[in-house]
Design a protein around this ligand. Structure first.
Ligand code: FES
Length: 274
């Protein structure tokens, strides 16, 4: 069993869990993910690693309530335990020294982007981060991302906090300006990643996205996380989750992510009635 050392509410429907799992904490790297199961009959869900502490033996994940299992997880608290915790999985984000890197975090992906930005900065890159959310109520870890970056730009769709803009606006300005951006790392909803890659394309800037399709085993066996990248079939759990954003088939990705939506709705109704 894997004990929850800390549970914290970050913003409505988004929660942080620090879990005791020393063997994973020793090996986790930025960009990797883990798969958990709440109990013996529970479904397996992937969560990207938001932090780790090898000394404490803990791994931190951030979970947004989007389905039956994440809602059940949201009801768990400090001291509760998970039956399964598998990881770290996936290929870590490549952290090299390239110069100026722009990290774009859409919504709750700030939890994923922050350790990547920190590692890039520690590797000697100039890191400019853009944190975007629909409104002020959905923003968290602003100070964490600011500390991990050389510069931070905050945007909200409705202008309730920071600059009223989509993340692609400051991204385009940075690409047009004097920063000599060498790489963009965009993580968030698929639509946001798609438009970030469309923004960088005319500038020919290397753009990395972290894909988040439906997963089951997380080890390359079930085929559930299949995506098309540059016309080739890839499995996000073993070939990713990071890919060249200019080569991803976002249409296929989005439609495959909706496959179980009707089942998920039924499941949520049934679990609320139970
Ligand atoms: S989750 Fe099964 S192959 Fe990737």
């Amino acid at each position: 069993m894997y004990k929850i050392l800390l549970r914290q509410d970050l913003v409505p429907n988004t929660h942080l869990f620090k879990i005791e799992v020393p063997e994973v904490a020793r090996k986790a790297r930025p960009g990797q993910f883990i798969v958990i199961r709440i109990d013996e009959k529970g479904e397996r869900i992937p969560l990207t690693v938001a932090g780790w502490d090898a000394e404490e033996g803990s791994v931190t994940v951030v979970c947004q309530e989007v389905g039956t299992t994440t809602r059940r997880l949201a009801k768990m608290g400090t001291g509760d335990s998970l039956v399964d915790f598998v990881g770290p999985l996936g290929i870590p984000t490549h952290i090299g020294k390239v110069g100026t890197v722009v990290c774009v975090a859409g919504g709750f992906a700030v939890a994923v982007v922050t350790p990547i930005a920190r590692a890039l900065k520690e590797a000697g890159n100039r890191v400019i981060s853009i944190l975007g959310a629909r409104n002020q109520d959905l923003i968290f870890w602003e100070e964490e991302l600011r500390a991990a970056s050389d510069e931070l730009i905050v945007t909200t769709d409705d202008g309730s906090y920071g600059r009223k803009a989509l993340v692609t606006e400051p991204l385009k300005e940075l690409l047009e300006g004097d920063e000599n951006v060498k790489r963009v790392i965009a993580i968030g909803p698929s639509i946001m990643m798609k438009f970030c890659t469309k923004t960088t394309e005319p500038f020919g800037v290397d753009t990395v996205v972290s894909l988040n399709p439906i997963m089951v085993d997380g080890t390359g066996m079930c085929g559930c996380c299949r995506v098309s990248v540059d016309g080739q079939t890839k499995f996000v759990c073993v070939d990713g989750p990071d890919f060249d954003g200019h080569k991803v088939d976002y249409g296929e990705l989005t439609s495959r992510m909706k496959v179980y939506t009707p089942h998920e709705k039924i499941c949520m109704v049934l679990s609320e009635e139970a």
